[in-house]
Design a protein around this ligand. Structure first.
Ligand code: SAH
Length: 201
């Protein structure tokens, strides 16, 4: 899957490709769907949520450009798959999930699989994680209408945020926001995407 669906379609970063190869996606997919774990499409989780398409996970991870010295915040833990992909690429990964059952199962699965530098918090991503801020990198895997100011405030100068933004399933784009050393924000759109909405509690 990594060779035919991810590398062949333009993801080049060797560390990202290695992280994708080493992450057992089947462990994050519901049992009845495991045969499809290495097909390049999203799969359903409980409560109407989804585990993202591997190609998009790889693209977003490459755009995020995490480093082994970085503290990374993820909004939308879901299955925990994206957090697992980030684990070997970052110093610490902090991931917030609003649905208690998902937060719970991702937390125990990640622990069971040995992802020791990943912490999961059940809570509202719109608040970020003030106790652990600031972050070098922030990745959203659910789409808000606009990028929450709280999250931009929790981003370090020199930091980067990557995520889907937009109102509704058909009008989202993947954006990259860089915060320069003076704290000024630079935003660009990369490609159209479809993510579940980032819900308000
Ligand atoms: N990254 C996940 C896929 C995420 S799907 C994976 O790799 O499997 C998006 C997730 O965002 C869902 O689990 C959804 O419950 C969660 N979510 C939606 N709104 C949220 C919010 N306000 N705060 C935290 N999580 C949220």
């Amino acid at each position: 899957m990594v060779r035919t669906d991810i590398e062949a379609r333009g993801v080049k970063d060797a560390a990202v490709l290695e992280a994708m190869r080493n992450t057992p996606r089947h462990a994050f997919v519901p049992e009845g769907l495991r045969e499809q774990a290495y097909e390049d499409h999203p799969l359903p989780l409980i409560k109407g949520q989804t585990i993202s398409q591997p190609f998009i996970v790889a693209v977003m991870t490459e755009l995020l450009a995490p480093a082994r010295t970085h503290r990374v915040l993820e909004i939308g833990t879901g299955s925990g798959y994206q957090a697992a992909v980030l684990s070997p690429l970052a110093q610490e990964v902090f991931s917030i999930e609003i649905v208690p059952e998902l937060a719970h199962s991702a937390k125990s699965l990640l622990a069971r699989l040995g992802y020791r530098n990943v912490q999961v918090l059940q809570g509202d991503g719109y608040q970020g994680w003030p106790e652990k801020a600031p972050f070098d990198r922030i990745i959203l895997t659910a789409a808000p209408k606009d990028i929450p100011q709280t999250l931009l405030d929790q981003l370090k100068p020199g930091g980067r945020l990557v995520g889907p933004v937009g109102d509704g399933f058909f009008s989202q784009e993947l954006v990259v926001v860089d915060k320069d050393s003076a704290g000024k924000l630079h935003r660009r759109s990369v490609l159209p995407v479809r993510f579940v909405p980032m819900v308000k509690p």
